[in-house]
Ligand binder design. Structure first.
Ligand code: BGC
Length: 362
């Protein structure tokens, strides 16, 4: 499997995640008593995208404790600020954590902080976003595949009738290597098949910025001239959809997304959003926790990882790359509900009653 992130070639040899993680689990449990074992720092990028605090943090904390009863997790959120995250990296090093799980706000700007950690003998696991600098391990999804799933779903929703129809692209923050991969994957599917009327890069993945940009696109292109919206994640989809509604665009064009946020799943049931990309949170957190615990115990990470990634500076790093899933109204039950991310009761608020029956969410 090959994927490119900002010119870095990622080569992943996929073995069995389950086997590798199970093997890791067998080695675990030597550090008895909470807080008597290694300390692991968890640095999250922002509090605007629901997944980081709502899914990743509780799952990572739970899985780390399962693997290592004595481990303690120290958490901090950079609220979208590079300078804050750099300080948080320094502070984790000063506190003497044994490993850091990092979701970089800005991959390039955090490179120096990753180097500092390495010099202080603190291994850094890049979680979901490939940070620059000497990281020790990486876990994420195939980002180009995410973009392809979004692009293909958008074409399908637009139908053959609007071949050559016009779309607006709401891309993510270009300082996040994932955003670059999502866009690359999406363009590989969309280019030449639709007209891209307007395209935006959205700093800090801000919902409000996407909302403003969509209002601008509607003014520039005309309310009835947008046949589809490529939104790189559910936050950008939410901002775009509220601008379309505020401008009385009806019917709404199909809108893509990513993250399977509860709000997005509800919008899909209700027909306001066409799809989202579900990147199963539990296996990502399991792999992140297993890499972090092994790193904190100074164990070999290639026993935990299922593949490898070549980073920008040409180093090969143990990695786990997982597979994203496209979710539309028809497979909500078989994906996020089946995996226990949300119950039908959580999704199906009273106003969605009829729509939930149509989507067989009963
Ligand atoms: C993640 C997405 C998330 C986005 C914004 C990306 O790096 O892969 O799941 O929606 O950041 O936080």
């Amino acid at each position: 499997m090959k994927a490119c992130i900002r010119g870095a070639v990622i080569v992943v040899t996929v073995l069995s995640t389950a086997v590798a993680l199970a093997a890791c689990g067998r080695d675990a449990g030597n550090d008895s008593g909470p807080g008597n074992g290694p300390k692991i720092g968890l640095l999250l990028p922002d509090a605007t995208t629901a997944r980081w605090e709502g899914q990743d943090r509780p799952l990572l904390e739970k899985k780390i404790t399962e693997l290592c009863g004595g481990c303690a997790v120290e958490h901090a959120n950079a609220k979208g600020e590079v300078a804050i995250q750099q300080e948080q990296m320094d502070s984790m090093i000063t506190k003497g954590v044994d490993a850091i799980v990092l979701v970089a706000v800005d991959a390039r700007s955090l490179g120096a902080a990753v180097r500092k950690a390495r010099e202080a003998d603190v291994p850094v696991i890049a979680y979901d976003r490939l940070a620059q600098g000497p990281i020790s391990g990486y876990v994420s999804f195939d980002g180009e595949e995410v973009g392809k799933l979004q692009g293909r779903a958008l074409l399908r929703a637009m139908g053959s009738g609007v071949r050559g129809g016009q779309i607006v692209m709401m891309n993510g923050d270009p300082s996040d290597p994932n955003a670059v991969s999502f866009k690359k994957g999406a363009l590989s599917v969309l280019r030449g098949r639709v007209k891209i009327g307007k395209a935006y890069d959205t700093l800090q993945w801000s919902t409000e910025t996407a909302n403003m940009n969509m209002s601008g696109a509607i003014s520039a292109l005309g309310a009835g001239r947008i046949d589809g919206v490529y939104a790189a994640n559910d936050g950008l989809a939410a901002g775009s959809i509220s601008a379309l509604k505020a401008n009385k665009v009806s019917p709404l064009p199909p809108v893509t997304g990513q993250d399977a946020e509860l709000g997005a799943v509800r919008r899909i049931v209700g027909g306001d959003q066409y799809m989202t990309v579900y990147k199963p949170f539990a296996p990502e957190a399991s792999a992140g926790a297993a890499l972090a615990v092994a790193a904190a115990r100074r164990e070999r990470l290639d026993r935990v990882a299922t593949g490898q990634v070549s980073t920008r500076d040409g180093k090969t790093v143990p990695a786990v790359l997982l597979t994203p899933v496209s979710v539309t109204a028809g497979n909500i039950k078989d994906t996020v509900v089946k995996d226990g991310v949300y119950t039908i009761r959580q999704i199906c608020t009273p106003p969605l009653g009829a729509a939930c029956s149509r989507a067989q969410l009963t």
